[in-house]
Ligand binder design. Structure first.
Ligand SMILES: [Zn+2]
Length: 269
């Protein structure tokens, strides 16, 4: 199997990448220090001392449905690579049944529409109701161009559905509320044929947080809740051995949280 895909029971995940950024780690994680990065996570730094923040998505095949989880950033002039990456990996955008958004940040809704038309013409678009309720407040919406451009039109086209907590996407996929990064942030639990998986969303942005679990990203909207959610989620994933998929971790972003010499690490697969 190519390393961009992973099977969990009867569910297949295909890792997709829209692009990335290379910021200084302390810009992304204000709680961290450059010394800690250099001593503990030198493998995550490039030659200039920057980290790679991938903008990733997933295609998921489950119960006869083709599902896209998050739609990248698109980047200026539609220069994001998500659609070409999909095509190269054999994922047909016209065959997509559902688009599930973990949260309504710009790097997760970027390809919802292309030039005002749904990028996935035969899909319904699912998003967390609590995030929708937050971003559609008039004063918030007025400042959020990405919601105006990439989210609101879906409602006008009557192809948007709001997910309440513990939403059953298919028999094998259920959402779980993981708030903090945004008010309505969700992750997705996979239980299939005796195997467990977890689509992390933005509970974390770097493998370094496996150990430095208190480090918040600067864009975690409610830092205290984000930290609590990250601890609880990682503890659970370490205990149950789930295979985890992360869109912001280095490609393909598949791995497990495991204990190694007394500390928790991200072990890529
Ligand atoms: Zn993100």
């Amino acid at each position: 199997m190519p390393d961009h895909s992973l099977t969990i029971g009867n569910v297949e995940l295909v890792s997709l990448t829209d692009g990335g950024m290379g910021p200084p780690p302390t810009d992304v994680f204000p709680d961290s220090t450059m010394d800690a990065w250099k001593s503990d996570f030198p493998d995550l730094l490039d030659a200039d001392g920057n980290i790679r923040l991938r903008i990733g998505s997933l295609a998921v095949r489950s119960s006869g449905k083709l599902i896209i989880v998050d739609t990248g950033m698109q980047f200026p002039d539609s220069s994001g690579t998500m659609l070409t990456d999909m095509a190269e990996k054999g994922v047909d955008r016209e065959a997509v049944n559902l688009v599930v958004t973990t949260h309504l940040h710009p790097d997760h809704v970027g390809w919802n529409l292309t030039n005002g038309e749904p990028t996935f013409p035969n899909a319904r678009y699912l998003m967390p109701k609590s995030d929708w309720d937050y971003w559609t407040q008039p004063d918030v919406l007025a400042e959020a161009a990405h919601i105006q451009e990439q989210v609101m039109p879906l409602q006008g086209l009557n192809i948007a559905d709001l997910m309440e907590d513990d939403y059953r996407i298919t028999d094998d996929l259920t959402t779980v509320s993981t708030p903090g990064h945004t008010p309505g942030h969700i992750s997705i639990v996979i239980v299939s044929n005796g195997e467990r998986g977890f689509i992390l969303g933005d509970v974390a942005h770097s493998p370094a947080q496996a150990h430095q679990t208190d480090w918040n990203a600067g864009f975690d909207m409610d830092g205290e809740t984000a930290r609590k959610t990250r601890h609880a989620t990682f503890d659970q994933l370490e205990a149950d051995g789930s295979l985890v998929a992360s869109g912001h971790y280095p490609a393909p972003g598949f791995g497990r949280f495991v204990r190694d010499a007394g500390r928790r690490i991200w072990q890529g697969v």
